[in-house]
Design a protein around this ligand. Structure first.
Ligand SMILES: C[S@@+](CC[C@H](N)C(=O)[O-])C[C@H]1O[C@@H](n2cnc3c(N)ncnc32)[C@H](O)[C@@H]1O
Length: 168
C-alpha cells in the first residue's frame, strides 16, 4: 500500500496559483487536479489550504509510480472539501480506469461537501461518515492500494517557530 500524508500546517489561500497553472496554463501536458471554483464549501468544513495543495503536488509527482502499482482501491481519511480525493481521481485519469475511491470524514458537512465536489467534477466515490475507518476494517482489510491523509493539525504558536528542542 502507498501512503501519502501532508506534513504542512499552513495558512489558507483559497485560490491557488498552482491550481491555475495546472488547469489552465498547460492543460494538455499535466494531468488535471480538482478546480477550486468547483470545490464546494461550508463554514464548518476545512477549505483546501497549502497543505492540501502540497499533498496533491505529491500525488501528481508520484503519478507514474501510482499507476505502475495498478491500484484498484484508493482511500482518503478526512476528506474535508473533497479537493484531494477528487484530484487523485483526476490525476489517475483514464489510465486509472476501474479504480474505486472511498473517502471518510467524521464531519457530516464534509461528507456532503465532498459529494458535491466530486459530482461537480464527474467523479464517483463512496463517501462514509465515520471516525477514521471505523466499521470498515474487515471489509477493507488488505484491499486499500493507496491511502491519503491530511490529518488535523494544530498551528505552531509564533513564539515557538525556529526555537530549539521539541517545541520547534
Ligand atoms: C486538515 S483537514 C484535511 C481536509 C482535506 N483532506 C484537505 O486536505 O483539504 C482534516 C480533515 O480530517 C477530518 N477529521 C478529523 N478527525 C477525523 C477522524 N477521527 N476521522 C475522520 N476524519 C477526521 C476533519 O473533519 C477534516 O475534514
Amino acid at each position: 500500500m502507498i501512503q501519502m500524508t501532508s506534513e504542512l500546517g499552513a495558512s489558507c489561500h483559497y485560490e491557488s496559483c498552482l491550481d491555475i497553472q495546472r488547469n489552465l496554463a498547460s492543460p494538455k501536458k499535466l494531468p488535471k487536479t480538482a478546480q477550486i471554483r468547483l470545490v464546494s464549501s461550508h463554514d464548518e468544513v476545512y477549505e483546501p489550504c497549502d497543505d492540501s495543495f502540497a499533498l496533491v503536488d505529491g500525488l501528481l509527482a508520484d503519478r507514474t509510480n501510482l499507476l505502475e502499482h495498478h491500484p484498484t482501491l484508493c482511500m482518503e481519511i478526512g476528506c474535508g472539501s473533497g479537493y484531494v480525493i477528487t484530484s487523485l481521481a483526476l490525476i489517475l485519469g483514464a489510465e486509472g480506469n476501474g479504480v474505486n475511491y472511498i473517502a471518510t470524514d467524521i464531519n457530516p458537512h464534509a461528507v456532503k461537501v465532498t459529494h458535491e465536489t466530486m459530482e461537480a467534477h464527474g467523479i464517483n466515490a463512496e463517501l462514509i461518515l465515520t471516525d477514521i475507518a471505523s466499521g470498515l476494517e474487515k471489509r477493507l482489510a488488505g484491499l486499500v492500494d493507496v491511502m491519503v491523509v491530511n490529518p488535523p493539525y494544530v498551528p505552531t504558536p509564533e513564539d515557538e517557530v525556529e526555537s530549539e528542542g521539541i517545541t520547534s
